[in-house]
Design a protein around this ligand. Structure first.
Ligand code: PLP
Length: 380
């Protein structure tokens, strides 16, 4: 007898990441230079590796406490206060398996079926997928006509009685833009008296190159509704370690740990010594390296006539291709086939007419890829 097997309809219908798919396509194209990857082309600092190795050798291989070792949580709490002026005590921290798990736990904890989440676009594609997997409804809030800043009037219009949360990503993936203090003040004015959670995805805040940086997490009068998501991946070149954390007001943190516990139990034990070490690393040289690359890539693109806004952080540039094409997927495929340069179509970030370039590449690769792009646009 044949049985009809049915899966969770959200899992059944959700597509796997388009960014990853495109990255593999570029890798499989002989001779192509890919400006696709969203991770530093650096190795994890030696001291961080040594700390984890020493912990492993000392048999730190048993179940750790669910939210992280007290020493790890204390180190994160102290780091956040010293570096960012944020006061979250050790019992307001959860060490997670990357920012990705922190995001999943956050949405899973705050959403009931049908709740809406405002996602300013362009945005990291993962948000929409996670929201849908948690039975929420993503609501896009386009920002491209407003220099990638959130327009408070548009935010007001996007809010409905079902709005449960908004995600703010600054510096942003894919634009590299940061929200100005004025934008944040305006968002705060709109949200202050509303029961809406604010998830601050600040995973790129260590990589800010220009401008004065502020995070929405500074609005501590709303601390009962704010969840800060952080990652070890980007500033310390630790993408493969899968470590991040979240910060939340104690009662909220108490509930956030439910999904965390039943999903992953804890972050790995012996890697936590690496986290504590990473928080003591000087990110200055990494920041200087990416700033130099940002200047080079932005300078070249602008000189060639590719319209784009100067990124202030992260390691991406979001380029407007609308004068050539409104189909970013077709455009990216054409550029890959004809010029041998891979970029990520803007549609994967919810915004058509753009492509994202990453500058996590060597000087030689950046020069060669940009030379190819210069020749390519002359053929359009
Ligand atoms: N948030 C943003 C904005 C990202 O760009 C990424 C990764 O690219 C993540 C979160 C996920 O980071 P992690 O490697 O810590 O899961």
């Amino acid at each position: 007898m044949r049985m009809e097997l049915t899966l969770n309809s959200a899992a059944q219908s959700e597509q796997l990441s388009g960014i990853r798919e495109f990255t593999y396509l570029v890798r499989a194209t002989p001779g192509a230079i890919g400006f696709t990857i969203g991770e530093p082309d650096l190795n994890t600092p030696e001291a961080v590796k040594q700390a984890a190795k020493a912990a492993l050798d000392a048999n730190d291989t048993h179940y750790p406490p669910g939210n992280g070792y007290p020493a790890t949580l204390e180190a994160i709490s102290a780091f956040e206060e010293k570096e960012h002026g944020l006061r979250y005590s050790a019992n307001e921290v959860i060490l997670t398996d990357g920012a990705t798990e922190a995001l999943f736990v956050s949405f899973a904890t705050v959403l009931n079926p049908g709740d809406e989440v405002i996602i300013p676009t362009p945005a990291f594609g993962l948000y929409e997928s996670i929201v849908r997997l948690c039975r929420g409804v993503p609501v896009q809030l386009p920002t491209e006509k407003n220099r990638f800043q959130i327009d408070p009037a548009a935010l007001e219009r996007a809010i409905t009685p079902k709005t449960k949360a908004i995600i703010l990503t600054s510096p942003n993936n894919p634009t590299g833009c940061i929200y100005t203090k004025q934008t944040l003040d305006q968002i705060h004015a709109v949200l202050a008296d509303r029961p809406i959670f604010v998830i601050c995805d600040d995973v790129y805040r260590a990589l800010v190159y220009s401008g004065e940086y502020h995070s929405f997490s500074e609005y501590q009068d709303m601390r009962d509704r704010i969840i800060v998501v952080q990652s070890f991946s980007k500033p310390y070149a630790m993408t493969g370690w899968r470590l991040g954390y979240l910060l939340a007001d104690a009662p909220l943190r108490e509930r956030l740990q439910v999904f965390h516990q039943y999903c992953v139990t804890s972050a790995p034990a012996f890697l936590q010594a690496g986290c504590v070490q990473a928080l003591q690393e000087d990110v200055g040289p990494v920041r200087a390296l990416f700033k130099r690359r940002r200047d080079y890539m932005y300078g070249r693109l602008t000189a060639m006539g590719w319209p784009c806004q100067e990124p202030e952080g992260a390691f991406y540039i979001f380029v407007d291709i609308s004068k050539w094409s409104t189909d970013s997927r077709a455009f990216a495929k054409k550029m890959l086939a004809e010029a041998g340069v891979g970029v990520i179509p803007g549609v994967f970030f919810g915004t058509e007419g753009y492509v994202r370039l990453s500058y996590c590449y060597s000087d030689a690769e950046l020069k060669e890829g940009l030379d190819r792009m210069e020749r390519f646009i002359k053929t359009l």
